[in-house]
Design a protein. Structure first.
Lengths: 387, 322
């Protein structure tokens, strides 16, 4: 017998994302758990939470391993079962993917998800980038490709194929920075101009510093329930959640100007939820580099192949557009604390569909989508949340 | 193996542990297999989609990787900027580099007879040579001069921080103005010129900065507290920039000449100079051309970085007697 369980998010919390947090990684975990427990409308007894999943990319970012039992201790339910997941930048959505399936299968009633990363524990940007670079294909790692470099390969392939310009990509950064001004949780609450983006230093030509998401310290948490109405009258139901993989190396892909697995995961999630891109009111997507967001529009079905940038020019994806993308500021301006990133994106859409997003609230948002990916899109999880 | 570039990037910020800039390219081999390659920064100017070249497995301490060498080699005329290049050691270096095919810009405080002669000699080597008026103590003048070099010669690959002066006196007689002047020209000048040139070198994919310091900066010399301090400062600058700029493919080295046959040395009273020279193992003056040969070697030998090479006929080893 298949259990007809409606799994929903019942609580969410996020620390403000920062370039350098004064908190240690373990303090960030503790604060997030405290915050998310307090966020549940009708309250929740920690003993009702049987599963704890910690999302974290590297012990090089926070000097902490074996964080599961620590989270259980902070939660205050010694009989909960816990573990850490690592799936590069999609660790957070992977944690939800696992929790969702545990709950669907009846293996737990409620699950706590905590994501954290304290990237400032590395002594320099180039050292921090060495850790990130390990999430690529082995041939890319030994060649010395940085993540900016790998996305630059995609950007150049896309530019060759569709005639995209650097100023088109710059618009993504301008939009997301403008959005972050409205988000008190964002790392960079500062408007920027196209000129600022274009005059910033090349990190990996054709991508510049202002095309790139930053290194961030941050943590976020969610509580997911198989009996959501017990804890809140307004849960955000998980209407669709799907994981897909692409070849790990950019060089291995038939068409290097696309991120194929995003399309696969999105199509599955749409099918589960019975919606199309048109029906979605708010999108949080993985703009690790500006080029990614443009390709994501196309993979999600918001634009035709090669036409992604037109959504920026037509303002479709801006805060006041019909399909706003990354109203939180996105990875670019809200920040990208790897293990927390996906959790924070889900928290944002949870707040949006509940109408709790304050100044950045998208009017009448009922249904939202989170596209979170790891590597250069080698692992993708797309989640659709709705009131 | 032969291959063709499908897409590529120039990685302008180095990551650990490689600490250098280079290109990354997706290359399709003749058998249709696709691989990812590293491309040396010296090929940045010819990189394009569709470029063909040779692919080779390359050993490195961090693992074996594929490297790509384009069939089409870039035609680059390297450019050297030499401060204080009108005369003395600076002029000798300019000539040595021109001899080896470098286009050269000699910068000096004013265009005088000597500058004109040096410029003519350089032009006779068949290279592009220009004179740039520059006061190395003034940030605006340095920025303007560097821009002029790039406008006229297209790039800067080598910077020789050579401009230097002396105002010798015993400590009690060194007026603050004498101290400031020597430190400003010799040390601040090297800092300002390096600061102005480095972004250009980064865009080129690398370069070399050579600081002309002095053995006086290593062993000291009576009556030269200001000069010795400035030259010791250049040594610290060399070590620091060598670490800081290595990721960008910029090497920073220094030479420390002993007394060299230039106007500066000949300005020393003859009795003091003779007394000094007779105490060193090879009792003569260093020739400017000898310094220039060493500088050329330091520029060309890519394993050299963050070193200060004395060229002094044994002065350093004869200290403290000298």
């Amino acid at each position: 017998m298949v259990l007809r369980v409606s799994v929903g998010i019942i609580g969410a919390y996020s620390l403000k994302y920062e370039s350098r947090s004064q908190l240690e990684a373990w303090d960030m975990i503790r604060e997030s758990i405290k915050g998310v427990l307090n966020s549940v409308d009708k309250g929740i007894d920690p003993r009702d939470i049987e599963l704890v999943i910690v999302s974290n990319f590297s012990d090089g970012y926070g000097n902490l391993l074996h964080s599961g039992p620590l989270a259980v201790d902070y939660l205050g339910n010694p009989s909960a079962k816990a573990f850490r997941v690592e799936n590069a930048c999609v660790s957070g959505s992977t944690a939800l993917y696992i929790a969702y399936n545990f709950l669907k299968a009846g293996l737990a009633r409620n699950a706590l998800i905590v994501g954290f990363e304290k990237m400032s524990t590395q002594p320099s940007g180039s050292a921090a980038n060495e850790i990130l670079a390990k999430a690529a294909h082995p041939l890319e790692i030994v060649a010395g490709a940085s993540f900016a470099g790998l996305y630059a390969l995609i950007a150049k392939a896309y530019m060759d194929k569709y005639g995209l310009k650097e100023e088109d990509m710059a618009l993504v950064a301008v939009k997301n920075h403008e959005n972050a001004v409205r988000n008190p949780l964002a790392q960079f609450r500062r408007k920027i101009t196209i000129e600022e983006v274009l005059s910033s230093q090349y990190v990996a030509w054709p991508l510049k510093l202002m095309d790139s998401s930053p290194l961030t310290d941050g943590a976020a948490a969610l509580i997911v329930s198989a009996e959501p109405k017990m804890y809140t009258d307004t849960p955000a139901y998980i209407k669709g959640i799907s994981m897909a993989h692409d070849k790990p190396g950019v060089f291995q892909r038939e068409d290097m100007a696309m991120l194929r697995a995003i399309k696969e995961a999105a199509d599955n999630a749409y099918r589960q939820a019975g919606v199309t891109a048109r029906n979605i009111n708010v999108f949080e997507v993985h703009d690790a580099f500006t080029i990614a967001e443009i390709v994501i529009y196309e993979m999600l079905g918001l634009a035709e192949r090669g036409k992604g940038a037109s959504l920026l020019k037509e303002r479709t994806v801006w805060f006041d557009g019909s399909h706003p993308v990354n109203v939180s500021g996105g990875l670019k301006a809200k920040g990208h604390p790897i293990g927390a990133t996906g959790v924070g994106m889900l928290a944002e859409v949870f707040w949006q569909v509940r109408g709790e997003a304050g100044e950045r609230q998208v009017k009448d948002a009922e249904i939202g989508l989170v596209e979170n990916h790891g590597g250069t899109g080698a692992t993708v999880v797309v989640t659709i949340l709705s009131r | 193996m032969k291959g063709r570039i499908l897409t590529y990037t120039k990685q302008m910020i180095a990551i650990e542990p490689f600490k250098q800039i280079y290109g990354i390219a997706v290359v399709e081999l003749e058998n249709g297999e696709k691989i990812v390659c590293r491309v040396d920064k010296k090929y940045f100017s010819v990189l394009r989609t569709g470029l063909t070249g040779a692919v080779e497995k390359t050993w490195s301490v961090f693992g074996e990787y594929y490297s790509f060498e384009p069939e089409e080699k870039p035609v680059i005329k390297k450019v050297a900027l030499i401060t204080g290049g009108a005369r003395g050691i600076g002029a000798a270096i300019a000539l040595e580099l021109a001899e080896h095919g470098y286009n050269v810009a000699i910068a000096d405080i004013s265009f005088d007879k000597e500058a004109e002669e040096t410029l003519n000699q350089l032009k006779s080597k068949g290279v592009d040579a220009i004179f740039v008026e520059m006061n190395v103590t003034e940030p605006n003048s340095v920025e303007k001069g560097v821009k002029e070099v790039v406008n006229k010669l297209g790039r800067i690959d080598v910077l020789i921080n050579n401009a230097g002066i002396t105002r010798d006196q015993y400590l009690q007689k060194i007026a603050p103005e004498m101290w400031d002047l020597v430190l400003n020209v010799n040390l601040k000048g090297a800092y300002l010129c390096s600061r102005a040139v480095v972004p250009i070198m980064i865009d080129n994919g690398g370069g070399v900065i050579v600081n002309i310091t002095s053995i006086v900066g290593i062993v000291g010399n009576i009556g030269q507290a200001n000069y010795a301090a400035s030259k010791a400062g250049m040594i610290g600058l060399t070590y620091t920039l060598a670490k800081e700029l290595a990721p960008y493919g910029i090497r920073v080295v220094a030479v420390a000449p002993g007394f060299t046959k230039t106007r500066m040395a000949l300005a020393v009273p003859p009795n003091i100079l003779r007394d000094y020279i007779r105490r060193i193992p090879i009792p003569r003056l260093v020739e400017p051309a000898e310094v220039a040969k060493l500088v050329y070697h330091l520029i060309e030998n890519e394993a050299l970085n963050g070193i200060v090479v004395p060229i002094d006929l044994g002065t350093v080893i004869s200290t403290p007697k000298a």
